[in-house]
Design a protein around this ligand. Structure first.
Ligand SMILES: Cc1cc2nc3c(=O)[nH]c(=O)nc-3n(C[C@H](O)[C@H](O)[C@H](O)COP(=O)(O)O)c2cc1C
Length: 241
């Protein structure tokens, strides 16, 4: 098969910006609400006292490594809060937009964060959604789902011993309604910024972390109650001690 026949090649070619295609809209889509929340469910307030001094940034960069050896150790509320802050903490307001720790194309923030807490002293084990505006975790399910997530991540055994697992989904319309098909590039760039923030925050907190792209998309969508169309899982990261 030639490279030219692959979907990936065609996608890259068809979504290149040039002077001739600039301003040409190939699709028209309604947008989606900019925030997601689960108003009826139990909430856990995340706590950020002071942003801690945690070492030299360039040391943190040079030490970051994907690490898959964890020991089922609990995370504190503060550690979980700082990881969530690194992912999608709000740091400024610009008119309508709530700007965050990670950049986002057009400040459209298409990524939603879910957190599987497996081991924590202060947060009951369960599956949570991060509500970014009020910086709370919204409880979707209670229990330790390490084994289930291991199976959904193609049997990658380290999921079971991870203290928590970040799961990121994309609400496609938020970005595609402005940028058309090229928006998909931006969605994946957005989530990579978020994930790298979390990986570096984990390193700063002396935790271990690993980004994960190998998982059964539809099964995870179903597990989280996502429809896989409007919103679909795109990336994960395990965190442990
Ligand atoms: C997009 C992406 C997907 C990845 N998926 C997995 C994965 O499913 N399982 C895994 O163990 N590591 C995964 N990794 C981690 C890579 O194996 C790791 O980053 C690479 O070996 C380089 O090592 P380092 O992160 O320690 O520098 C992924 C990394 C990226 C960036």
């Amino acid at each position: 098969m030639s490279l030219e026949r692959t979907l990936s090649y065609q996608f890259i070619q068809k979504t290149k910006l040039s002077f001739t295609t600039l301003g040409v809209r190939e699709i028209y889509l309604e947008s989606a609400p900019p925030y997601k929340s689960y108003p009826q469910v139990e909430k856990i307030e995340l706590k950020l006292r002071d942003i801690p001094e945690k070492g030299n940034f360039f040391q943190i960069l040079s030490k970051r490594r994907s690490n898959r050896k964890y020991r089922k150790r609990p995370l504190s509320l503060e550690e979980i809060s700082l990881l969530c802050f690194a992912a999608q903490g709000i740091t400024a307001q610009a008119g309508f937009y709530l700007l965050r720790t990670a950049p986002s194309a057009g400040a459209l923030y298409p990524v939603e964060t879910y957190l599987a807490v497996n081991y924590s002293e202060e947060i009951p084990s369960g599956i949570y959604h991060l509500e970014v505006r009020s910086f709370v975790l919204e409880k979707l399910m209670e229990g330790n789902f390490g084994k289930i997530l291991r199976d959904l991540a193609l049997g990658q055994a380290f999921f079971e011993a991870a203290s928590c697992v970040f799961i990121w989904s994309a609400v496609l319309r938020r970005t595609l309604s402005k940028y058309g098909e090229r928006g998909l590039r931006y969605i994946f760039m957005d989530v990579a910024h978020i994930c790298q923030n979390v990986l570096l925050a984990a390193e700063a907190l002396h935790l271990k972390a690993c980004p994960v792209g190998a998982f059964l998309d539809e099964e995870i969508n179903e597990f989280l109650g996502l429809d896989g169309k409007e919103e679909t899982v795109i990336y994960m990261a395990t965190i442990g001690k």
